[in-house]
Design a protein around this ligand. Structure first.
Ligand SMILES: [Zn+2]
Length: 521
């Protein structure tokens, strides 16, 4: 926009942005501010990317364009639609405006009702059928059992015989039966980057449970369980159960209803839950520096009469998949406790010596670190927005093609649904990114709060779970490094509010750096 304005020789530009407001609503704050300025005669030219940016209501938009703007000598340009109220022809504009309005109102509703009709007819509309079925080559809305159907049948059989989901997962893995996910990857090229795809037999409790609880295997289709709120708000919500569409006998059942019901009762029974070890005061906080997965805690039996070891951590991915995926990242609970305790005490004593100076220092360190993150979030936001407007343009073109009969209604429904889905996903991500960016602004204030908080712990001798979770956001463990006779291990401690304040240069942190490299093995 800015470039366009510059090229056209317009100076003194102002930008009006109503992000997060729908074009069907004219009570957008920036839009109202703009109209106010127009009415005061302060606006010479208004430039929008396309007409729909002004609004998606034909009468309102036309009123501004044909009455308000000319009255105040405001020139109006819509770049992509070739509209310029000064000079060139704009007979096409009213038509475009009608199109935009139809488009906004209609297309989402039509897409929805088409899906509902298909669901009521018992037609399958999902992208990838459940494990054990494939789409009928004669009719893509009909499911037929595939080569995995016998496996599904066997899983139900095992469950009826009283095997737990965990035992079923282990059996399948031992027999090297590919998981549902591995199959999707082969068949549709999905999840190629997912490490689970490289371990095609790694069945989990969850993947078994998902299959055993899916009513599709009794030969019925349950659809319309989820919907988005409206065509303006794409968040997914679950419909009330009486609105679900359940159609019986739409395809061949792999299990009879009675068996299915029995299995539901069996798998609902809570497995004796693996007792979380109360010694692990760092629960959920420790991560592997190389693969990003949580470290798992284990306290081994030392043998008869000797009790349990105090406990140690190692990389969760290494533990699940072995050395091919990550290395061990072994550290004991005792080592970690000592390290964290010392670090907290170092910070506490620095804070109590000169709290202001310490807080200032923390703030400056964290800013440096966050600037990188912030820039990457901003970049991603821009990329998302660019793609969203591309998709908007594509969808609009499709809609026009449909109105002019270039493509059929059915084809339109199929094509637009994909683009709609991508676009709504991107919009969600944009919101998420915005929240992250907002959180940065409030963080610098928090350095001061942290200094006040940590100051209280100058004399602590023992860590408690509560203390650890109050102060620490996460701890990242790097792999051991062997140099000459000394083995060291880097451990980054990220404090709440202020992030990782170690590992960076700065006078107050010398003590910490020294102490980190002093962990010997
Ligand atoms: Zn790892």
């Amino acid at each position: 926009m800015e470039r366009y304005a510059r090229e056209q020789g317009f100076t003194n530009c102002q930008f009006f942005v109503d992000d997060g407001y729908s074009g069907t609503n004219y009570n957008r704050p920036d839009f109202q501010r703009l109209i106010g300025l127009v009415e005061e005669g302060k606006v010479a030219v208004i430039i929008v990317k396309d007409l729909s940016r002004l609004g998606r209501n034909y009468l309102q938009t036309g009123y501004y364009r044909e009455v308000v703007f000319p009255e105040h000598d405001t020139r109006f340009i819509a770049i992509n639609d070739n509209v310029d109220t000064y000079g060139s022809d704009n007979e096409f504009a009213p038509f475009k405006e009608i199109m935009d309005e139809w488009y906004a109102k209609d297309c989402s509703r039509k897409t929805r009702s088409a899906y509902r009709t298909k669901a009521l007819k018992g037609e399958y509309t999902g992208p990838h059928p459940a494990y054990g079925y494939r789409k009928d080559p004669q009719d893509r809305h009909h499911l037929i059992p595939d080569e995995h159907a016998p496996i599904v049948k066997r899983m139900f059989q095992m469950a009826v015989e009283g095997k737990t989901v965990c035992q079923i997962a282990k059996t399948l893995e031992a027999e090297q039966i590919p998981t549902a996910r591995a199959y999707l990857m082969d068949e549709y090229g999905k999840y190629k980057t997912d490490e689970r795809a490289r371990h095609p037999y790694a069945w989990t409790k969850r993947s078994v449970y998902q299959i055993l609880s899916n009513p599709i295997y009794t030969g019925k289709l349950v659809s319309q369980r989820f919907t988005s709120r409206s065509f303006k708000d794409k968040r997914i919500i679950e419909r009330p159960e009486d609105e679900w569409v359940i159609i019986e006998n739409t395809h061949e059942a792999l299990v009879d209803q009675e068996t299915f019901d029995t299995v539901q009762l069996r798998i609902q029974v809570k497995q004796p839950f693996h007792q979380e070890n109360p010694k692990n005061i760092f629960r959920g906080l420790i991560f592997c520096a190389d693969c990003g997965v949580r470290l798992v805690f284990r306290a081994r039996n030392k043998g008869k009469g000797k009790g349990r070891s105090p406990g140690e951590f190692s990389c969760g991915k290494y533990r699940r998949y072995g050395g091919g995926e990550c290395s061990c990242h072994y550290i004991t609970l005792v080592q970690l406790k000592e390290l964290v305790l010392q670090d907290i005490r170092t910070h506490a004593s620095l804070a109590s010596t000169d709290r202001d100076k310490y807080a200032e220092h923390l703030a400056s360190l964290s800013e440096r670190e966050w600037n990188g993150e912030r820039a990457s979030y901003q970049k991603e936001t821009e990329q998302c927005q660019r793609r969203i407007s591309e998709l908007d343009a594509i969808l609009k073109k499709l809609y026009e093609d449909r109105v002019f009969g270039v493509i059929s209604d059915d084809r339109y429904v199929v094509l637009s649904a994909d683009y709609e889905a991508e676009s709504s996903k991107l919009k969600d991500r944009c919101k998420e990114l915005q929240n992250l960016l907002d959180s940065f602004t409030k963080r610098s204030r928090e350095a001061r709060d942290f200094a006040a908080l940590v100051e209280q712990y100058t004399d602590i001798t023992e860590l408690t779970e509560e203390l650890v979770h109050t102060l620490i956001e996460k701890i990242v463990v790097h792999e051991k490094m062997v140099a000459d006779t000394e083995t060291t291990m880097r451990v980054d401690i990220y404090y709440r509010f202020v992030g990782n304040v170690g590992g960076l240069d700065g006078e107050v942190l010398k003590a910490k750096k020294h102490q980190m490299s002093a962990v010997n093995f």
